[in-house]
Design a protein around this ligand. Structure first.
Ligand code: MOS
Length: 632
């Protein structure tokens, strides 16, 4: 690192540095011969090398209909609009970091450890994060380097990674090769399922993903075997990227289901319905909630699946071959301990404080809504302060668990404020009469109590943590994604003309931003299916397309007609707010639905009966769940 007064001087000076390397043998290829099981540490993190249920030996041989496919997912990079950047400021032995992070508390812990100083000597401030998708979950080396440089030069130092450095200095979605072998009875009932994944990691760290969770959970199947292997390579360490592991594992599993449907001569949706799981068969636990069947029904109806012609090559519009496909989406619903404080002022304003981050999904807005609902005040009166280690601790802003964790902490803190108001409020008679006159009126609103007692404010801090529900239930978000593609018959160019997703994400706190999350996730899915791929140069162990001109992501012109809706759901078994989390489920299932649609395209007779793409616009409506699924 070169430190200078201006960025230009620093870059110029850095260019003058000459580096020589002593050549040494390097592992720069994805060599399956060097693959090995994950260590016991990964096993403890529920990323086992091997799992099996049922009788796998007899099962595969015994299945009347079987498929066996290989599926390769490329290395992908997060490439948020905002690159990673850190400003480090020392005051004596105390350090303040202004950082891009999804987890200020962990940033503080890691940096305090690196410098051997008490955690309370480090403050991390990160109120706004311009996109991250998992790249800012960890504290990467440049954060420590910025702090080290600032200490050395005794001045604040700002370090920004350039776009190119985002391929070497932060993690990425690992290149993964998978095999899926499915066996079914002739009626389509799944009989055996094998899924094997081999993924890259670095030579100096092990990164293992939950790639095989979907194989073990999505469908009812008596005989299931999974195997996970890692290939250490001379590359930087991979890390979570939007629906880490599960998006990749779902991709292979759903391609397998599509192939199985073709082998059976069965409709892809009918095959899914045939194999709905009435519980989590891996843990043998009931679902805390599961509206997957409703997702299928709603999405199929909105898409018009019943008009799909079963035969591939049967639909054409001008020079375009039209294909339609679908896939299932699942994502684990998690929650972690989180704290928040809530202050309600006599003015009717409220302040919510917690260390959580907002990398774009609308944490500020939805926490304000939760507080406004619970305190009985307008949402515009709630101010939210987040992204600072000086605030009550919050878990990682990842794994789609911010609302289930921090949302419940805010809710609990508001309940505590209400309880304080109730304790002050006195007069049970007036409360019971208020209740009798209408449940909406309820107790006196806390702000009236504050005013009535001539107080300035009421304040409470609360912690929400997972309870016994984790032992009693399996909690997952679910979805169904339907895709229509137009493939140019001469050029083979693929356009995704329509995407329809229906999701069970538990209670939806804010339909507008939740829907926006889903639209965004589906656009990422277009990238996953058709565009995103880091080109790897095995000579130098580097990504060649380390820029946004050559690493392609979908743009507006690639996103034509995208429709995302939520089926009625409210998971109070999982947590008091009833939410399951939305961000990552939105990516799952999109790429395989698109692949399924492409598979359905090769040419024959013409038909123009399909709706043309329309530009995306907001539609706000109540979702009707049809009585039954229409299967052609
Ligand atoms: Mo997400 S990969 O948990 O930011």
């Amino acid at each position: 690192m070169v430190v200078a007064d201006t960025v230009e001087e620093a870059r110029h000076a850095a260019d003058l540095v000459e580096v020589t390397y002593e050549p040494a043998p390097a592992a720069t290829t994805f060599d399956l011969g060097r693959s090995r099981p994950p260590s016991s540490g990964a096993e403890e993190g529920e990323r086992p090398g091997e799992t099996a249920r049922g009788d796998m030996d007899g099962a595969l041989a015994g299945a009347p209909v079987a498929i066996d496919i290989t599926c390769v997912a490329p290395r992908e990079h997060h490439h948020a609009m905002e690159p990673h950047a850190t400003i480090a400021v020392w005051q004596g032995e105390r350090l303040t970091l202004y950082d891009k992070t999804q987890w200020v508390d962990n940033d503080r812990k890691e940096i305090a450890h690196v410098f051997g100083i008490p955690e309370d000597h480090v403050r991390v401030i990160s109120p706004y994060v311009g996109g991250a998708f998992g790249s800012a979950l960890r504290t990467w080396p440049h954060v420590a380097i910025a702090a080290l440089a600032a200490r050395r030069v005794r001045r604040p130092v700002r370090l920004e990674l350039r776009r190119r450095e985002l391929t070497t200095s932060v993690g990425f979605r690992p290149h993964t090769r998978q095999r899926v072998a499915l066996g079914a009875n002739t009626d389509g009932t799944l009989f055996s399922l094998v899924q094997e994944a081999v993924a890259q990691t670095s030579t100096y760290e092990e990164y293992a993903e939950s790639t095989l969770d979907p194989a073990r959970v999505t469908y009812a199947c008596p005989n299931v075997r999974t195997s996970y292997r890692l290939v250490p390579m001379h590359t930087n360490t991979p890390c979570p990227m939007r629906a880490p592991g599960i998006a990749t594992g779902t991709y292979a599993l759903e391609l397998g289901m599509d192939e199985l449907a073709a082998a059976l001569g069965m409709d892809p949706l009918a095959l899914r319905l045939q194999n709905l799981a009435d519980r989590d068969q891996e843990q043998n636990l009931p679902w805390s909630s599961n509206e997957l069947e409703a997702c299928y029904r709603v999405a199929a109806a909105r898409f018009g699946w019943e008009r799909r012609l079963r035969e591939p090559r049967s639909t054409r519009l001008g020079s375009a071959l039209i294909g339609q496909g679908m896939a299932t989406a699942i994502y684990a619903a998690d929650r972690a301990p989180a704290s928040a404080s809530v202050t309600l002022f006599a003015s009717g304003d409220a302040l919510v404080r917690t260390a959580a981050s907002d990398m774009g999904p609308g944490t500020y807005t939805s926490l304000a809504q939760v507080a406004a609902d619970a305190l009985g005040i307008p949402v515009a009166r709630v101010r939210v302060e987040i992204g600072d280690t000086a605030l009550p601790p919050a878990p990682v802003h990842g794994g789609s668990m911010t609302m289930a964790s921090v949302g419940n902490a805010v809710h609990a803190a508001c309940e505590a404020v209400r309880a304080k108001a109730l304790a002050l409020g006195g007069d049970p008679a007036s409360r019971s009469s208020a209740r009798a006159s209408g449940p909406a009126a309820g107790d006196r609103e806390p702000v009236e109590v504050i005013r009535g007692h001539g107080l300035d404010r009421l304040e409470a801090t609360a912690t929400s943590r997972p309870g016994e529900e984790a032992e009693k239930y399996a909690s997952w978000a679910f979805g169904a994604v339907f895709a229509e593609v137009r493939v140019d018959a001469e050029l083979g160019a693929v356009r995704v003309s329509r995407l329809v997703g229906a999701y069970d994400i538990g209670r939806v706190v804010n339909p507008k931003i939740a829907r926006s999350q889903c639209i965004g996730g589906m656009v990422v899915g277009i990238g996953m299916a058709l565009l995103e791929e880091a080109q790897w140069d095995p000579r130098f162990g580097r990504v060649m397309n380390a820029n946004l001109a050559e690493y392609l992501v979908p743009v507006n012109a690639d996103a034509l007609d995208i429709d995302a809706v939520f089926v009625p759901s409210d998971d109070r078994n999982f947590n008091p707010l009833g939410v399951k989390g939305v961000a990552e489920i939105a990516l799952c299932g999109v790429a395989p639905a698109i692949a399924s649609a492409v598979y359905h395209t090769p040419p024959a007779s013409a038909s123009d009966s399909f709706p043309s793409p329309r530009s995306y616009c907001w539609r706000s409506e109540r979702v009707q769940v049809p009585e039954r699924v229409q299967v052609p």
